[in-house]
Design a protein around this ligand. Structure first.
Ligand SMILES: Cc1ncc(COP(=O)(O)O)c(C=O)c1O
Length: 378
């Protein structure tokens, strides 16, 4: 899909074209909700949950207030409590770890696979103690984590496995939609995500009915759905998805499959245009697995110079993430510098290139051309 993106300035991310294309439908959806007078836990939310579950290949879906809350409720519903430990990768967005603190437990940082940049099972296994209750692998940048050894480890050590799917809508691993491989998945619909709301929103998917029921009760101040309005079964939270966000998400959900294909086509174009450079590209997809390219992230020890060169050429890039979680001030003392080398190296070398469905192919070509010039092979 070619759009009017001017090639002299290529933004890292631009949501304006998407909004312009959907404006009429979005306003109609918002008006429908406002006219209905029903704002919390109503038909839009229920319809979105059904529709998203179907597209994601998940047995069930529960809308919640953010991706952070999705992960937090999934942990809580899995019985993770104060004094427990939860293994998370050090190379991820900080919410993967803060949700562990939010339920009173302690995040324990493990390293990532240097190619996939997702939780490394051997490193995770080395961090398991008697207190470990769960692991949270992240399908980072839209690429599925290597789940098979993590599933085996979770079984062997009786750990809950909660997938952080915040960046991985419609991604698959060995033929299964992410979010249905472990015990539960947490999705984010933060506006810049592959499926983005007009504010904060999220969802929990799970193939475990009791877990789904527990999350449904926890998200609505401890009220079990269908039971008395002021009877509270447990100490829950207010983590509901509102009707306005659900209605917006339903409009966008209809395009998610084609947007995902557009991302995948652009990624293939980047791969072809950047081939042969001294640059680490995302690893190629394995049979049965689908990368959904929330980001197209390359790695090079010359990252900062490349980012500057692209910026000088009017090309936006982003560094996700510059500091590993075990070296964040918020987690001071959690692990030593040098202890999780792949995470530390990734933070110094990753660079995410422009990627959104409306990005013009010619823009990708120009990013590749500038990058090839930087590596002096043009
Ligand atoms: C990997 C990861 N985990 C969790 C989250 C949290 O999602 P949210 O911002 O919807 O709370 C995000 C996104 O911001 C994320 O990228």
């Amino acid at each position: 899909m070619e759009t009017a993106t001017a090639l002299d300035r290529i933004p890292f991310l631009d949501l304006k074209d998407q909004y312009a294309a959907l404006r009429g439908e979005l306003l109609e959806a918002a008006t429908r909700v406002l006219d209905s007078g029903r704002f919390i836990l109503g038909p839009e939310g229920e319809a979105f949950e059904r529709e998203f579950a179907e597209l994601q290949g998940a047995p069930s879906c529960l809308g919640v207030s953010s991706g952070t809350d999705a992960l937090m409720l999934a942990l809580e519903a899995s019985g993770v409590r104060a004094g427990d430990e939860v293994i998370v990768p050090s190379f991820t967005f900080i919410a993967t770890a803060t949700v562990v603190n939010a339920v009173g437990a302690t995040p324990v940082f493990a390293d990532v696979d240097p190619e996939r940049l997702t939780l490394d099972a051997a490193s995770a296994a080395s961090r398991v103690t008697k207190r470990t209750k769960a692991m949270i692998p992240v399908h980072l940048f839209g690429g599925p984590a290597e789940m098979a050894p993590l599933v085996a480890l979770a079984r062997e050590r009786k750990l809950a496995l909660i997938e952080d799917c915040a960046q991985a809508h419609l991604a698959t691993y060995k033929g299964k939609g992410v979010g249905s491989i472990g015990d539960a998945g947490g999705f984010s619909f933060y506006p810049s995500k592959n499926l983005g709301a007009a504010g904060d929103a999220g969802a929990i998917t799970t193939r475990r009915k009791p877990l789904a029921d527990a999350c449904a009760t926890l998200r609505d101040v401890g009220r079990r759905p269908g039971k008395k309005r002021y009877e509270h079964e447990c100490v829950g939270r207010n983590c509901r998805l509102d009707e306005l966000q659900a209605a917006v998400l339903r409009v966008k959900l209809k395009r998610l499959a084609s947007w995902t294909e557009a991302r995948r086509r652009l990624a293939a174009r980047y791969r072809a245009g950047l081939a042969g450079l001294d640059l680490r590209l995302p690893p190629p997809e394995e049979a049965g697995s689908r990368h959904v390219y929330h980001c197209f992230t390359v790695q090079t020890p010359r990252r900062d110079a490349l980012a500057k060169r692209l910026a000088d050429a009017g090309i936006g890039t982003a560094i996700y993430y510059p500091i590993p979680l075990h070296l964040q001030p918020a987690y001071a003392g959690s692990a030593r510098r040098g202890e999780l080398p792949a995470s530390e190296r990734a933070c110094g070398q990753v660079l995410s290139l422009p990627m959104f469905p409306e990005l013009a192919e010619a823009a990708v070509d120009r990013v590749c051309e500038e990058t090839r010039r930087f590596f002096a092979v043009l």
